[in-house]
Design a protein around this ligand. Structure first.
Ligand code: PLP
Length: 435
């Protein structure tokens, strides 16, 4: 399918027309573990990667394949790999390049689960993550050494909601053969990181892509825009014989298939060995969500901007955090990288932890959950939940003050959202709406 089609069209059509066997227009759920080979030659060709096709659902599945093609098309990538969760996508994106003794450089502003993965689990595996200020491309340069295999940032990290200089960080990496991985979970459709020089995009599809809050899933998109071969020394994982696949050198073995060495290696080694496969049923559900994602994301943005405006004038609210309220370089980057809206996340600060908790406990419409990106509006008090394992000082460094409340604004009618916020704020602060 032509990648010139607009996102609204790709979200409905990319990767699928109709079932060749039945003519079914909806993508069928191919609920099968295995696939009958035509003959022994066919089986041997599939295993040797001389031909791409279905072998076993841990490695790939026709329903999941449509999801992968659709998200790759939306991001302008060449191929994608769907996984059981966003966490698996983040882990594989890094482990596909970096081994024990190697390092990556990551921005500090990360989802807590990614932080733990990087600071503890990957560290235990001998893979060092060097954390730097995500707004400073020179900090990425300075932390790079001969064993640095990738840079990692989030497009719109909460709670600070400050967009990093994606193009400058990507360019710093490209100078020395280091690809940039961008977690675009909070800004699908708004930002296409590959257009700004990123080489790989990861998603928790659990969030805005699915939107329905029914399915956990993750996706890695390969931009096909990074010359791994030109940086053979820097990227040994893709340029030296892989003993786990009869000595294949991934940049060479995948050449007939296009610039897909990175994603094929992730599928044929990490997914094969670790097994974080997405179920076909969840792939189907995520596809249902993606069909309407462009409409939803637009409404998320519209409602969130209205909530931010309203909160910024509301008595008892010390500070409101949303890109539309930023100034200076942060605002310029938000406008440059987020096209069509500033996302659905809004933060605000009340006087202290007690007010924050009281606000959450007073909500009637908004759900009190740890998720973001659901079609429904959601809220949480990070200091006592998502960030409770951090010290007060660490919390502050990540942007979480005791009175901080995180909202993920949904697609309900804005009047109903504001009415619920209003009554919960009045209960928490004892103050009615300001003039
Ligand atoms: N990345 C970001 C920015 C997230 O917000 C999340 C989940 O909250 C993840 C990754 C992890 O995704 P999942 O929960 O699907 O494993």
């Amino acid at each position: 399918m032509s990648q010139d089609l607009k996102p609204e069209t790709l979200a409905l059509h990319a990767g699928w027309r109709a079932d060749p066997a039945t003519g079914a227009v909806a993508v069928p759920i191919y609920q099968t573990t295995s696939y009958q080979f035509h003959d022994t030659q066919h089986a041997a060709d599939l295993f040797a990667l001389r031909e791409l096709g279905n072998v076993y659902t841990r490695l790939g599945n026709p329903t999941t394949d449509v999801l992968e093609q659709r998200v790759a098309a939306l991001d302008g990538g060449v191929a994608a790999l769907a996984l059981a969760s966003g966490q698996a996508a983040s882990a594989f994106a890094v482990q596909n390049l970096a081994r024990a003794g190697d390092n990556i450089v990551s921005g500090t502003d990360l989802y807590g689960g990614t932080w733990n993965l990087f600071a503890n689990t990957l560290k235990d595996q001998g893979l060092e993550v060097r954390f730097v200020d995500p707004s400073d491309p020179d900090a990425f340069r300075a932390a790079t050494d001969a064993r640095t295999r990738a840079y990692y940032i989030e497009t719109l990290p909460n709670p600070k909601l400050v967009v990093p200089p994606i193009a400058e960080i990507a360019a710093a990496g490209r100078e020395v053969g280091v690809p940039l991985v961008v977690d675009n979970t909070a800004a699908p459709l708004l930002c296409r990181p590959l257009e700004h020089g990123a080489a790989v995009v990861v998603y928790s599809a659990t969030k805005y892509l699915g939107g329905h809050g029914t399915s956990i899933g993750g996706i890695i998109v390969d931009g096909g825009n990074f010359d791994w071969e030109a940086h053979a020394e820097r990227q040994p994982a893709l340029n030296t014989p892989d003993p786990s696949y009869h000595g294949a050198v991934w940049t060479q073995a995948t050449k007939p298939l296009g610039p897909v060495a990175y994603i094929i290696k992730a599928r044929t080694t990490l997914l094969r060995d670790v097994g974080a496969a997405l179920s076909p049923f969840n792939a189907f559900l995520l596809l249902q969500g993606i069909e309407t994602a462009p409409l939803r994301v637009a409404r998320h943005c519209e409602n969130a901007a209205a909530v931010a405006r309203w909160l910024s004038r509301r008595a008892g609210v010390k500070k409101t955090i949303h890109p539309s309220l930023q100034t200076g370089a942060a605002r310029e980057r938000a406008d440059r990288y987020l096209r069509g809206g500033h996302g659905g996340l809004v933060g605000f600060e009340l006087a202290g932890a007690e007010e924050g908790r009281k606000f959450i406990d007073s909500l009637k419409l908004l759900y009190h959950v740890a998720n973001i990106g659901d079609a429904r509006s959601l809220a949480i008090h990070p200091a006592t939940t998502t960030h409770s394992q951090l010290s007060a000082e660490e919390q502050r460094a990540t942007g979480v003050t005791p009175g901080y409340v995180r909202l993920s604004i949904g697609i309900e009618h804005i009047d109903d959202i504001l009415a619920d916020l209003d009554q919960a704020l009045a209960a928490a602060t004892g103050l009615a709406e300001a003039a």
